[in-house]
Design a protein around this ligand. Structure first.
Ligand code: NAP
Length: 352
């Protein structure tokens, strides 16, 4: 038996803002009969993560492609791997059986063939929707948890600023920080997003950075007593403005610099004298450095969810054909919360 699988590829390297014409849908037939002795696992993809770092993989060059195996270069024309949840159809690997739910590196396509050594593990949904395991209980969640607790090393009552605060990582950082007992302000790119931060997620305050002409003055207004922790998702001018408003011994966790991904000429140039005399610590990090806190992250976050202390923001599109526009939308702020594409059409596939 064979299935027909559509998958997304890039046509060429993408060195600026991505557009629909940079992508195409290809199709292939996948045999569900494994050769004898094969250890492959063939899965039906159910939910796949859409993340900004994928754009850096599509560039002709980026240091991300060299220093992280997860962010290796994507060659035009080839299937694109991404984090996601899937269901096993056929397995030559004794660790997996038909109908097992799995999570790991699958592809931006209808089906994936996972070769031996691929990153895949069995998934126990623990009663949560499968989409949660791509976002709040997946890598976005680990990024927020490890970045905030391990990199920022917060103390109760500290003042925290989060950029791209209504996005996948940002909204989770803000919620961890509030539950921990910090004062939290977020920036986001629309009035609707600002409302969600303040009214739904319980941020102490929030502002639309697109309506502000002088970000240093804006942050002075929101933090008259200075910022202790800046969780940076965007880089460039926002990072400069946050550092100009940091307190002594402030910490900046550089999670990502999305405003620089589509424009190689755009860079943050913070005042280095501020950094020296205020003894500010700036640290880049990758979630994959913090697998040691994975168990803590899962148990804390599941407890929060079960106790109704956490909101889950998910922005789900449907179908392989919506993957390019979903990625493109990240760079113009179309998403609210975790951007996910659902690739299963039958409720039987995705019921927990
Ligand atoms: P996301 O925040 O859900 O989506 C991206 C958001 O960024 C958009 O919704 C948009 O919101 C904002 N944005 C886009 N272009 C911008 C610009 N030019 N200036 C300011 N804001 C802009 O994405 P995410 O997955 O949570 O990722 C957030 C950041 O974390 C990214 O930089 C990503 O690369 C990084 N990240 C790092 C790790 C790690 O291990 N270090 C892991 C995951 C993600 P607005 O409407 O607010 O503009």
């Amino acid at each position: 038996m064979e299935v027909s699988s559509r998958y997304v590829v890039t046509k060429a390297h993408i060195d600026g803002a991505p557009k629909e014409s940079d992508f195409e849908l290809k199709s292939e037939s996948i045999s569900l009969l494994l050769d004898s002795g094969s250890n492959d696992v063939i899965v039906k993809n159910l939910f796949v993560s859409i993340d900004p770092y994928q754009l850096n993989r599509m560039k002709s060059q980026s240091s991300s492609q060299i220093y992280s195996t997860f962010a290796a270069a994507i060659n035009p024309g080839e299937a694109i791997d991404a984090y996601g949840v899937a269901k096993v159809l056929v397995s030559g690997n004794p660790e997996f059986q038909k109908d097992d739910l799995v999570v790991g590196l699958i592809t931006w396509g209808d089906y994936s063939v996972i070769k031996p050594g691929g990153m895949l593990r069995k998934l126990d949904p623990m009663g949560f929707p499968l989409s949660h395991h791509v976002g709040i209980l997946g890598f976005s969640g680990l990024t927020a948890y490890a970045g905030f607790f391990e990199v920022c090393k917060p103390k109760k009552g500290e003042k925290v600023f989060v950029s791209a605060a209504s996005g996948s990582v940002g909204n989770l950082v803000g919620q961890y920080a509030k539950l921990f007992g910090c004062y939290v302000v977020g920036s986001a790119g629309s009035t609707e997003k600002v409302q969600i931060l303040k009214e739904k997620l319980g941020f102490d305050d929030a502002f639309n950075y697109k309506e502000e002409s002088d970000l240093k003055a804006t942050l002075r207004r929101y933090f008259p007593d200075g910022i202790d922790i800046y969780f940076d998702n965007v880089g460039a001018e926002m990072q400069e403005a946050a550092i100009a408003n940091m307190n002594v011994f402030g910490r900046v966790a550089v999670c990502g610099v999305i405003s620089e991904y589509t424009d190689s000429g755009r860079k943050a140039a913070p005042d280095m004298i501020d950094i020296v005399y205020r003894r500010i610590k700036i640290q880049g990090f990758l979630a994959s450095d913090f697998l040691n806190v994975y168990a803590d992250f899962i148990s804390t976050t599941c407890d929060h969810l079960r106790a109704g202390k956490r909101h889950t923001l998910e922005d789900i599109s449907t179908g392989v054909e919506s993957i390019p526009s979903s990625l493109i939308g990240l760079f113009s702020g179309h998403n609210i919360g975790k951007k996910i594409v659902q690739l299963a059409y039958s409720p039987i596939d995705i019921e927990v």
